[in-house]
Design a protein around this ligand. Structure first.
Ligand code: KG4
Ligand code: ZN
Length: 339
């Protein structure tokens, strides 16, 4: 069974082919970063228009790389939400039209479920059940994962997502968009111990997060150290340490509460090496296996959509040609395939 995956929820156009017996056959991602950089964030209308331009060429390239034609497809998976509605409609309309023409099902995929399952694309994948830390540009949550579609949200961010905190702090430091990779590079040059950012909400019980205070703290620190050429790197370092510490504290707490022996870390921020080092050290201390997706599958991509779509194919057949998208879509509303 071969499934095509299409990702268009935000500013990356992703196309991939996944085969049940052979795994990932080929994938392509086109990032619109340059288009949005001059605005300091994603402009939804520009994102939609660029997805329209890129889907067909990327699909051709992906099929050529895999050496298969469209007739070999058994299903078309597309990101149905959450995300920017215009951008979602480009991918879903494209998928629904092509699925109708090919006479195969179109499979709506939840973007966060796809992120969460992306580490299962790796060799020696984690086994259910596990604790998942999902850290992306729009969401931050701890999830108790029992099976595909069986998700219990244990905690989430009450305000900014972790990726958003990276992006906003990067903006304050005069770094470009997206801010995560830029902060990671700068933090590597920063000196430890010069600044200490607060660890939000770690003194309170529970597993929720709050990151909006960090950007305010960053702003105050930037203002107090104007003209100091070394301050930005030291601030990036202190900011990252606060985020990493917060996740280590909350993951330790969630692992204790659930008793899980596996921690899966997914989403764009899981590409951060300092975060990986912190969580991998926690795993070593507790005897817990810590799993990540390959770096290229942490941020938005088509491979995770093709894979999640493949896993759901049996249960989500739509033959009526209709399709839906959802700008907001709580992960906990999902059910197991076939349920
Ligand atoms: O998962 P993703 O590609 O998109 C959403 O579903 O939101 O995540 C994008 C987010 C951005 O906020 C970006 O700054 C952050 O992931 N990010 C990083 C790194 N790479 C991407 N944050 C910290 N360190 C990184 N290396
Ligand atoms: Zn994403």
């Amino acid at each position: 069974m071969i499934v095509l995956g299409l990702e268009t929820s935000c500013d990356e156009t992703g196309v991939a082919l996944y085969a049940g017996d052979r795994g990932l056959l080929a994938h392509r991602v086109y990032s619109q970063t340059e288009i949005h950089a001059e605005y300091g964030g994603v402009v939804p209308e520009l994102a939609s228009r660029d997805h329209i331009r890129k889907l067909v060429p990327l699909l051709r390239e992906t099929c050529a790389a895999a050496g298969i034609g469209l007739k070999a497809l058994n299903g078309l998976a597309y990101t149905a939400g959450p995300g920017l509605v215009g951008a979602l409609l480009v991918g879903s309309g494209f998928a629904a039209g092509l699925a109708y023409a090919l006479g195969v099902p179109a499979i709506p995929v939840h973007h966060l479920e796809a992120h969460l399952l992306a580490p299962l694309l790796e060799p020696d994948p984690p086994e259910f059940p596990f604790l998942a830390l999902l850290v992306s540009g729009g969401h931050t949550m701890l999830v108790d994962v029992h099976a595909v579609g069986a998700y219990r949200i244990l905690g989430e961010s009450l305000d900014d997502a972790a990726g958003e905190a990276f992006d906003k702090t990067a903006k304050l430091l005069g770094l470009g968009y997206p801010g995560g990779p830029a902060i990671e590079r700068l933090a590597g040059q920063g000196r430890p111990g010069r600044f200490r950012f607060p660890r939000p909400m770690v003194d309170r019980p529970g597993l929720d997060f709050s990151f909006s205070g960090l950007k305010t703290y960053a702003l105050t620190t930037v203002r107090a150290n104007q003209g100091d050429a070394e301050a930005p790197a030291d601030i990036a370092r202190a900011f990252t340490e606060a985020v990493v510490d917060t996740f280590v504290i909350k993951c330790r707490r969630a692992l204790r509460a659930t008793g899980h022996r596996t921690l899966v870390v997914a989403g764009g921020v899981s590409a951060n090496r300092q975060l990986r080092a912190g969580l991998t050290a926690l795993g070593a201390e507790l005897g817990v296996r810590v799993c990540y997706a390959a770096f290229e599958f942490c941020t938005d991509n088509g491979a995770m959509i093709a894979f999640a779509g493949y896993l759901r194919l049996a249960a989500t057949v739509r033959s009526d040609g209709a399709f839906d998208v959802r700008a907001r879509w709580p992960l906990a509303e999902l059910a197991a395939p076939g349920a």
